[in-house]
Design a protein around this ligand. Structure first.
Ligand code: NAD
Ligand code: UDP
Length: 334
């Protein structure tokens, strides 16, 4: 297949590009580089040995997007592009709704105009309402507590409405849990601007001596060690999930969790990272972060059954690859 990856030079997009190229698919990466760098495409080429078409496109620029669809015959689109910082979305709701919703609507209009009706969308575990019991199952009710989360809920709804009105559409909603890690080459990985908000990028910077200590947001949750539990998934496993979703795509809307089904606490993550980097990581307990849940993890059974997707990488693998990226690729990319 020839696949358009919006947000293709981002963290998950770039790993998925490698996975698709290695499996014999062709990719075009479209990104406005608001949260990634053009050099990522060269690194994808360095890993795969294959030429990659990368185009600087803002999804808000409908005319530019139409030109991309005129220049290439796409069999499918994987739609990663979007703003994704929860806290920033609370401060800048209009920017988030405009970028994520209008960007998606432009994409869907272009796809329809060119007869491209296969779409895989980057959704998130954040669409599950917080009163659901864990593990989260795809048929649980959705909702959100911040503008970022609402953009995911709303885009899922747009896609369900579209597919209901035009049965030619084949849509897969992939609800990611907590993607971490990096390509084992150390050439591509997560490269957040400024001080990271997410746990593992933050721990990586403390391990590297760039930040002084990890603040553990609460140790009085109802979890085995009192710290928050999440379902961390290696980005390489996640990338394979996208390929399987694409290769098994069928008419209608399918929704799959992409997670391991296993929960790890903040202290588990710090301990695994200490093992990966070979030294102690300073950490202290701080107050709970507003809005955080005690425990979030996936029921991964549906993706296993329908896509044949099961994860292969352990938490230690994820931390090792994150550390390799932190100490080689991330520094070189800066
Ligand atoms: P990322 O920021 O690394 O990648 C997103 C890419 O989209 C970036 O390269 C950015 O420059 C690009 N982009 C943003 N707005 C654009 C626009 N208007 N036009 C063109 N390009 C645009 O993020 P990621 O971690 O790779 O996430 C990919 C997708 O997965 C996002 O939609 C995100 O919301 C979703 N997701 C991520 C996580 C996570 O923890 N990383 C979890 C659940 C869902
Ligand atoms: N967390 C933490 N310190 C940090 C960042 C996160 O203790 O500096 C905790 C957070 O409370 C949660 C877990 O780590 O329990 C994962 O947080 P992250 O922001 O990575 O993911 P999310 O909360 O979006 O699932």
């Amino acid at each position: 297949m020839t696949v358009l990856l919006t947000g293709g030079t981002g963290f998950i997009g770039s790993h998925t590009a490698v996975e698709l190229l290695d499996a014999g698919h062709a990719v075009v990466l479209a990104d406005n580089y608001s949260n990634s760098k053009p050099s990522v495409a060269d690194r994808v080429t360095a890993i795969t040995g294959q030429a990659v078409v990368a185009q600087e496109i803002d999804l808000l620029d409908r005319a530019a997007l139409e030109r991309v669809f005129q220049e290439h015959e796409f069999d499918a689109v994987i739609h990663f592009a979007g703003l994704k910082a929860v806290g920033e979305s609370v401060a800048k709701p209009l920017e988030y709704y405009t970028n994520n919703l209008v960007g998606t609507l432009n994409l869907l209009q272009c796809m329809r105009a060119r007869g491209v009706r296969r779409l895989v969308f980057s959704s998130s575990a954040t669409v599950y309402r917080s009163d659901n019991p864990v593990p989260y199952r795809e048929d649980y009710p959705t909702g959100a507590t911040n503008p970022y989360g609402w953009t995911k809920v709303m885009i899922e709804q747009q896609l369900r409405d579209l597919a209901a009105s035009e049965p030619a559409w084949s849509v897969v909603l992939l609800r990611y849990f907590n993607p971490i890690g990096a390509h084992p080459s150390g050439l591509i990985g997560e490269d957040p601007n400024g001080i990271p908000n997410n746990l593992v990028p933050f721990v990586a910077k403390v391990a590297a001596g760039v930040l002084p200590e990890v603040r553990i947001f609460g140790d009085d949750y109802d979890t085995p060690d009192g710290t928050g539990v999440r379902d961390y998934i290696h980005v390489m496993d996640l990338a394979r999930g996208h390929r399987l979703a694409l290769e098994n795509i069928r008419p209608g809307v399918q929704t799959y969790n992409l997670g391991t089904g296993r929960g790890s606490s903040v202290r588990d993550v710090i301990a695994a990272y200490e093992e990966a980097c070979g030294h102690a990581i300073p950490a202290s307990v701080a107050p709970r972060r507003p809005g955080d849940l005690a425990s979030v993890y996936a029921d991964p059974a549906l993706a296993a059954r329908e896509l044949g997707f099961t994860t292969e990488y352990s938490l230690l693998d994820m931390c090792r690859d994150s550390w390799h990226w932190q100490t080689t690729g991330a520094v070189a990319a800066a």
